[in-house]
Write a protein that binds this ligand. Sequence first.
Ligand code: LMR
Length: 400
Amino acid sequence: VFSHIVQAPEDPILGVTVAYNKDQSPVKLNLGVGAYRTEEGKPLVLNVVRKAERLLVDDNSRVKEYLPITGLADFNKLSAKLIFGANSPAISENRVATVQCLSGTGSLKVGASFLGRHYHEKIIYIPLPTWGNHPKVFTIAGLSVKSYRYYNPSTRGLDFQGLLEDLGNAPNGAIVLLHACAHNPTGVDPTPHQWDQIRQLMRSKALLPFFDSAYQGFASGSLDADADAVRKFVADGGECLAAQSYAKNMGLYGERVGALSIVCKSADVAARVESQLKLVIRPMYSSPPIHGASIVATILKNEEMYREWTVELKAMADRIILMRQQLFYALKDKGTPGDWSHIVKQIGMFTFTGLNSKQVEFMAKEYHIYMTSDGRISMAGLSSKTVPHLTDAIHAAVSN
Ligand code: LMR
């Protein structure tokens, strides 16, 4: 009965790792998936995470009972506080419904399904380009996906006029997906002033903001600064959704830990929204896993561990910034044709190099360097030792 099934293509991002794993070359380099690596090219478990895990293991009062459908209560409260700020009126007024979800994707999925069922406007605008999984998550939830201009390839910066025009032409009430910071894949974010203009336009047309916050702390090294755009949208009293991931900023990739928050007009609405989120979650995966959320809650509620986390987070962000500088100067010193200043201007985990799919293919074949076909490289996968190899490869690719 399954013989008609056709082979599906690999995922455009995770498939890069599959190709990389098959490569036998000792100099191979994976700059595809956004996963932090140390200067030695190794995955990193934060010290503070190890510490939290030891505390959890030693605590004999801990059991393995099911969590509630909405997840770990402490984790939800602390996650809302992390993104909206400790003094957020939305939190003190109990207007936020937060549920623990399976990392960023799971949070987007639960939010999308909720909107598909309960929100009156089924159109969502996503930036062009955006993370490859976004359109898939929203389409499956029954939303109609449209895009708004975001990136201008000729300036390698924000197409702000295009963005304002497209959102200005969107139907009133449409949902708009916004990257809270460190836009993936372009590394291009609006300035604070541009965020204000976007917010004013969106509020004037009752467009519903849905923030994807996968990199809080990674863009600037500051958890507060990277939540600024979201907090401004909450400060004006309007509604919004926010999907949070702890994959990158706590290095909890495989633990799949994240949260969806829906900021509502009143505590009463938030309680009803939460009751409906439970109806979305229960038939999907019943309730979320306990371990990752317990690690996060342990760290967020302990002042000293929180401080330790911010130091380790800043160190990761700084190493990425250093890699940007090293790559930029290496290309400059080599006289590689083109203006590479966008490498140091873009922020977050990725550089949108401007390399085309043919050049990407060439670099994989000739230099064993892997990246997504749109020319995005994960700066976190790079080290001082591998910068020269990447520089040679880019030089050869653009000189071809
Ligand atoms: C990425 O964009 O590389 C990350 O967000 C990982 C993923 O799941 O795609």
